[in-house]
Ligand binder design. Sequence first.
Ligand SMILES: [Zn+2]
Ligand SMILES: [Zn+2]
Length: 266
Amino acid sequence: MMRFSILGTGSSGNAALLVTENARVLVDAGFSARKLGQLLAVLGESLARIDAVFLTHEHSDHAGGIDGLKKFPHIRIFANDATARAVQGGLEHRPDWQIFQTGARFHFRDLMVESYAVPHDAQEPVGFRFTSGHDGDLFAPRRSIAWFTDLGHAPHNVHECIRECDVVVVESNHCPELLRNDTRRPWSLKQRISGRHGHLSNLATRDLLAAVASPRWRRIYLTHISRECNSRAAVESTFADMRLTLAACEFSVVEQGQSTPFYELA
Ligand SMILES: [Zn+2]
Ligand SMILES: [Zn+2]
């Protein structure tokens, strides 16, 4: 059994809570410890009960909370070496780093964790797949959640990963037209966002999901939605047709400032 909640997502912070029988972990910690504590309290949880954090990359909207977690030294921080170094550079304390190799599979308590290299403008950014249970186990069937939030395009390994998941969290960052017309961002930043090492547009995410279209999917979370260069309406209209063809799968659009209630994967 896994329970999953997105605490928040977007350029102002990303974090999710994943709970199994024996583990309580955060995926990314892009909010202050105080804010994380508040977001967890809404779910009846607390930082004191969190065992570990899994970091995708060093950008502050994913790792900015690590500094504040010094008050919770029992929390282990999992990251690859390049990400750990980049985050450590901005810290005065030394967290309990647990270094993994990108692409290697490892276990944390009853969770199997796999990391996938993704193209994004960070040191060594990854996405994750978290799995609990086993095939054929009636009481603890195999369940998997994928987490891919910052990626300029989706390489083959991402396609393969999400095919075998029950829940997919993926970014649907910007609407190309709204990004083009945005007057606040300089041209160079727009190029970075829409580039091969930036973020997935609504259309790119739709193409990724359409190319895989796994019958296994139960829920897709569309996340890391730009406040100025995207809108719920733009996301909804991009995915309207797919919602009909993937009728067995629920789609959840998670905007900045929103949290999602626990989703139970029995
Ligand atoms: Zn990033
Ligand atoms: Zn981000």
